[in-house]
Design a protein around this ligand. Structure first.
Ligand SMILES: Nc1ncnc2c1ncn2[C@@H]1O[C@H](COP(=O)(O)OP(=O)(O)O)[C@@H](O)[C@H]1O
Ligand SMILES: [Mg+2]
Length: 232
């Protein structure tokens, strides 16, 4: 569904992504793992149109979307749940969700029902200021807001960061459920153990390169992956 070919991204003189190629097949959960600074966020931000690539191509269902503006990328069906969640703290849960639908308001009520069915907790807190939600609830809201754009692909940048283990488990349950409902997932995680468990396909990124790829379950058994990312 999503195909990235020979992507290079530079910040000034620094090359953060050094010619990577990867594919995200329709209906799958794909994960990108790797140490801090490997270029994972840069890759997602480039797909989302927030950063312009120096070289390479990004295709969605065979169509070239390289370098499109962020709102056009959302319209094409790709959404990003950014690292750190970035909900609007002074706005209510409901207002935050409505912002996610700013490019398509045609089925607002239906979409809200979908999100509230997925996250009953958000429904209960519909009128609460987003800034007063717990970390896990804010992550739910960030996911809900992203889903309001009806994405074909939802990209998530470190959704488990800073959350307690029990809450992280909840977030991964949500990722599975959203995927089961037909949304393709591209997930970045520091929590390689959890990410590889849910991933149909996984890529390992090191200093701007992709060094390994394969089914998540297979990479979990890889000796180098175990040593570097699973603490075994
Ligand atoms: N806005 C930026 N300006 C300059 N350098 C950046 C910027 N964002 C990231 N970098 C650099 O690009 C490299 C990759 O960063 P990033 O994509 O955030 O990695 P990861 O998400 O894997 O931790 C790092 O060396 C980082 O310092
Ligand atoms: Mg990052």
């Amino acid at each position: 569904m999503l195909k990235i070919s020979d992507l290079k991204v530079r910040y000034g003189g620094i090359e953060a992504v050094k010619g990577i190629s990867l594919e995200v097949p329709e209906g799958q959960i794909v994960t990108l793992i790797g140490a801090n600074g490997a270029g994972k966020s840069t890759t997602l931000r480039t797909i989302a149109g927030l950063v312009k690539p120096a070289e390479g191509r990004i295709q969605l269902k065979g169509e070239d979307i390289t370098g499109l503006a962020p709102d056009k990328i959302v319209t094409q069906g790709i959404t990003l749940v950014p690292e750190g969640r970035h909900v609007f703290p002074d706005m209510t849960v409901l207002e935050n969700l409505k912002i996610g639908a700013y490019l398509r308001k045609d089925s607002l009520e239906e979409d809200l029902k979908w999100i509230y069915d997925l996250f009953p907790r958000l429904k209960e807190r519909s009128w609460q200021a987003a800034g007063t939600l717990s970390g896990g609830e804010q992550q739910m809201l960030a996911v809900g807001r992203a889903l309001m754009s009806h994405p074909k692909i939802m990209m998530m940048d470190e959704p488990s960061l800073g959350l307690a283990p029990i809450v992280v488990k909840g977030i991964f349950d949500i990722i599975r459920e959203v995927n089961r409902q037909g949304v393709t997932i591209l997930l970045i995680e520091q929590n390689a153990n959890m990410a590889l468990k849910v991933a149909d396909l996984a890529y390992v990124m090191e200093t701007g390169h992709i060094t390994l790829s394969g089914p998540g379950q297979e990479l979990m058994k890889d000796e180098a992956v175990k040593k570097a990312y699973l603490g075994k």
